[in-house]
Design a protein around this ligand. Sequence first.
Ligand code: ADP
Ligand code: MG
Length: 567
Amino acid sequence: MQSQNELRNILQRIDHRGYPAYKDTRGAYEFPGYVFSIDHVQGDPFAAPSKVSIHIRGKAAGFPENLWKEKCRRVALQDYLLRQFGKSLEKVSFQAKGSGKSGLMAVSRPGQEVLERSACEIDSQTGDIVLRMEIGFPANGRSINAGELEKICFKFLPESVRKALFYKALNAGEVQAVCDLSEDQQYIRKQLKELGLAAFVANGAILPRESGISGRPMKNAVVFQSPKSLEVTMELPHHGSITGMGIKNGITLVVGGGYHGKSTLLKALETGVYNHIPGDGREYVITDDTAMKIRAEDGRSIRDVDISMFIHDLPNGKDTVSFYTEDASGSTSQAANVVESMEAGTKVFLIDEDTSATNFMIRDELMQRVVHRDAEPIVPFIDRVEELYQSYGISTILVAGSSGSYFHKADCIIQMNRYEPVEITEFAKEQAKQFPLPEQKIEEAKAPDFARRVKPDKMIKEDNRLKIKTMGRDGISVNKETIDVRYVEQLMDGEQLASLGYLLKYANQHLFDGRKTLQEVTESLYEIMEKKGMAAICEGSYLPCGLAKPRKQEIFACINRYRRLGL
Ligand code: ADP
Ligand code: MG
């Protein structure tokens, strides 16, 4: 460890020199109350900014143990500190000047969800805090402007650290509330299991968002109010009594006219697998955290998936027990999404008619009369939905605006009426009696085979300069190979994609061996992240600052969309 004065000396020595001399600053320096570590120095002022980290001893940071000892509270505190720190950086970023990215000071910018991120980690034993961020080391043209970096390291950064990362500088009540909320959220999630619920939507929740590109709550929205018949009350450890709509396990149908808020409710349930920050409006919208949005995804690749429970006897004689395609149709892609989610341990399917393949979801009576079953390779989802619940314990929450067929299958039917849910199960069932489904015998499907064993991909394995890049929230590129995850809708954040890239690389180096099944591989990846933290999966010289933890379901989803997956 060096002193802060040694950093000053280095800076004076390299001032005005060529940019690569900045590499001499790498190392850890003792500042009052924290250690400032320069982990990776950019090659030139226009390249990706340098990576630095701030390390604060738990004792010095001063956060009481009850704020971080428990996992869920710790994750919430990490997220809160990161947001506070980000706010304080806004005022100083680019205050130091120069060419290219000179003067940039940036940290991860979380959306509405609370995720575990490499940008801020608190040690579960000591309460030590690590904060990872980026700084654009300043230059004039391509020569070092050390005076500007000195301003950053000795003025801007210490101010932000002091303001955002020490307990005594923060609003104690607010910090406490953040941690308490996370515990309440975790409590609801546990209660779902106790009460046999797939999801809970609290009265008073705000579901719609400000706009298609903003995650913030819509102003003047109609607040959520559960139908009396579906109301459930829980006693939360901090918030106290809370009442809302409990969606029971089984088959739930959400109907209603166009524009009445069906998809908005479903979207809230999709993101309810994560916790939301105070003020989001969906703080108490909690979904079973294995829930998976299932949709059609034309054009995706499918590699060795057993979709025979939905599709068999294809006219081209293609095997659907071990189905491969580079370019799936609407129905085959949706079938694969269902089966892969079963493989990933999902207990709740979330489906919106708007994004489904119609021929995968239903076949109406007239069509069944005209085109005989023997000439139809698809067993539509409607003929499996009960079986999925009875044989596999998988519930379905389905939004349907145009087809009434599912009335016959649903255990609970909710109508969205001007953004207000109304339970209409009895009425709809009564009406449905007049439109009986045609009698037909559907054989129970053989349980899908999940024994896929993955071989390593040489391209990844042998390239020790492997380039992993993310394309925003849409794709991950591994060298030149792109994994398209646009339609994996519960990925919230580009940082989750970055983690997926590293996880794929790690799996390829250590776990894909032609013997382990994909389930075993994913289980191991998750366990490593849980036990050893995210650093364990990126075996570089430093932990990148922009990683967020994905769920197990999305790790599956990513591996499943890798077109070079060795099977
Ligand atoms: P549907 O799927 O039933 O056609 P959507 O869920 O897409 O309807 O909602 C239609 C519009 O109504 C959207 O622009 C959405 O933002 C808005 N909206 C949804 N819920 C509410 C609400 N509770 N209050 C106000 N506006 C809402
Ligand atoms: Mg809709």
